[in-house]
Ligand binder design. Sequence first.
Ligand code: TRP
Length: 330
Amino acid sequence: MKKIVLTGIKPTGEPHIGNYFGAIKPAIDLSKNSDVKGFFFIADYHALNFIKDAKLLKELTRKIACTWLACGLDPKKVVFYRQSAVSEVTELSWILNNVTSKGLMNRAHAYKASVDKATNEGKDEDFYVNMGLFNYPILMAADILLYNAKFVPVGLDQKQHIEMARDIAKSFNKTYGSTLVVPSELISESVATIPGIDGQKMSKSYNNTIPLFCDETQLKKLISSIKTDSTSPSEPKSLDSAIFNLYRLFASQEQIETMARRFHSGIGWAEAKQELFEVVNAYLRPMREKYNYYMEHYDEVEKILDAGSKKARKIARETISRVREAVGLE
Ligand code: TRP
């Protein structure tokens, strides 16, 4: 029996280097193991909560689809699909609503952050909360449970959601007998926090990201804008700096050792940034070319997604029929 591994990305923005090393790459690496059956998707139903413009949602969906492929996902080996192409997930989500306590949802970080924001602004606590946000973790549980996934590789920010999916699966099984596979999160520990251009954790909400597929000129500009300290060129530089921490993600072991020696003996920040640009660009160039190819030949991607959705639907239907029977709808 192969291990079922599943993960999704919501199409709500441009993927950046932090997303790549924190979530995309570890998941794709995992999918290459011969004992793994992977399910990879674009969480477009989830995106509805953030993107209220049809054209933009389509565009962002395209970008995430091309990102998965450009980063090396092999659609022959994994099931690669659009979440909304398998609408069975909404049925499962509804059924799961009935075994999920409101108290569990009250504890969700994203919901709590919205409540805090409103409260701080002196507004009603639910001012920013619609039911799509409140029920977000239940739809996510449905994503996972529909495909019998055992492992869900995600960035640390999603850990709580997987714990909730686990609680929901257990609650269903307790009520109706063992029906759903209870999942676990897989958080890749090897990657420490990825610094953004201001030295803080790279995150869309800090506005400090380096997009994965920006063009060379923008990449260079962003790398030169990385915040550095005021040590003069001849002084030793800290290895615990944004520049070095980014460098080690992209460079070979040998390059890292050489650069560490140069940091110890003193290197100008401008030169260090140039070296960083070189390794980042060499690493990303082939991926960027693939990305641009798929963006320009999106019909090919659509075919791949349609084929994937067909495979996904087959499994989804089996689960839904098992669940309908368990609860007495069939
Ligand atoms: N919520 C995830 C994110 O914001 C995306 C997602 C939706 C997901 N459904 C999922 C991830 C199921 C893993 C499994 O990144």
